[in-house]
Design a protein around this ligand. Sequence first.
Ligand code: FES
Length: 157
Amino acid sequence: MDDFEDKARQAMANPRNVGEMEDADAVGTAGSADCGDMLRMWLKFTEKDGRKVIDRASFQSFGCQTAIAVASMATELLKGKSVEDARNLSPDDLTGDLGPLPPMKIHCGELVEGALHNALGETAGNAVADPAPTLAQSLSARTTGTIRIVPLDEEEK
Ligand code: FES
């Protein structure tokens, strides 16, 4: 097993910051038309030294193990980041200790990046406009494009 796969499995075994945030200040959703995965991220802001910074972040995902592992890492490293700094994080930055994503998994990191940018008020390429209150509603409300949800075997993720 390579280093990335090992770290991703470890992150998946105990993902951090999973679940809807009741008191969130912002929420963003992104979906991949390619694989059908979706991810939603909630952000709670606070003031620090006169700057708006991310106090907490959480996520829900209908996604692969990599997307969940990256979202887990990202929601940890977003804590204390200013909005501007968060906007400038690349998918590779968001992977944190997981390290660079393998080429086949780059879109998984982009899904996390898309949800983050959507939550920060930007429209990333894969962000879902006007997100519904829940991921399930986002899926059923989506009227454009095609989302195909395929249960993946654990070894395929
Ligand atoms: Fe679709 Fe990882 S986000 S396979």
